[in-house]
Design a protein around this ligand. Structure first.
Ligand SMILES: [Zn+2]
Ligand SMILES: [Zn+2]
Length: 236
């Protein structure tokens, strides 16, 4: 497991928290200014982790410190690491394979992210699965992983998986297909759910193809191609 750089602020903070006991911010961190202790260089940074190093699960509380003689902030490492957000149906070995397949890059903002900021998204939304039970194992091929999943971000500033779920619910109820970020473009079909496609079950997946929420990377590529092509209106 990668650790923060030796001698860095994070390494000093981590050394204090390593034992899993509660530690008072006001007196236990020698020579670390309290302002720096909480921030991205300190406790918050350890929680967040990096693409190379998973974040730590750290609990915090306000409690009386007998040494300081007043109420102070305390932190404790639970001994666990932050992990990617994956539906319970995805076994851990497969989750790791999916993350590696996409290089920890979310499909919408295209940024390499620490694993706990990523959601493993089933392209085909669960709301349309019906009675079909998908069997998933770590044995899945790279091609199957590409076809079945995408990574979406879930960080302090937003949850793309939640946006998608809401869009899929509307589509399921009304037949109005999703328009990510208000962009009305479909790489196949149009804004209406195709009438001849069943609403749920394995065959329903065909109705999702063309929607940006189903395959954001393909959707962006198709949109860029359309923008690059000379439009019919400008041809002589
Ligand atoms: Zn200690
Ligand atoms: Zn104290």
């Amino acid at each position: 497991m990668n650790k923060p750089k030796r001698g860095s602020l994070q390494a000093k903070v981590r050394a204090v928290l390593e034992d899993g006991n509660w530690h008072c911010r006001s007196h236990e961190y020698k020579r670390i200014p309290s302002g720096q202790l909480a921030g991205g260089g300190g406790i918050q940074g350890l929680q967040r982790g990096t693409s190379a190093r998973p974040g730590l699960k750290i609990e915090s509380k306000t409690d009386l410190c007998e040494h300081c003689g007043r109420k102070t902030r305390w932190d404790r490492w639970t001994g666990e690491h932050q992990t990617a957000n994956a539906p319970a149906s995805i076994p851990k070995a497969l989750a790791e394979k999916v993350l590696a397949h996409f290089g920890n890059v979310d499909s919408i903002e295209q940024r390499v992210r620490p694993v706990h900021e990523l959601v493993i998204d089933h392209r085909f939304p669960m709301i349309r699965w019906g009675a079909t039970e998908t069997k998933l194992s770590g044995e899945m091929s790279e091609a199957d992983i590409e076809q079945k999943f995408q990574l979406l971000k879930f960080d302090g500033s937003g949850n793309h998986n939640l946006l998608k779920s809401r869009a899929c619910e509307v589509c399921f109820k009304t037949g109005q297909r999703g328009t990510p970020f208000g962009i009305r473009f479909f790489y196949e079909g149009n804004d209406r759910w195709p009438g001849h496609t069943p609403a749920s079950g394995t065959q329903a997946e065909k109705g999702c193809i063309g929607c940006g929420w189903y395959d954001f990377a393909k959707w962006r590529e198709a949109l860029n191609l359309k923008l690059a092509a000379p439009s019919a209106a400008t041809l002589p």
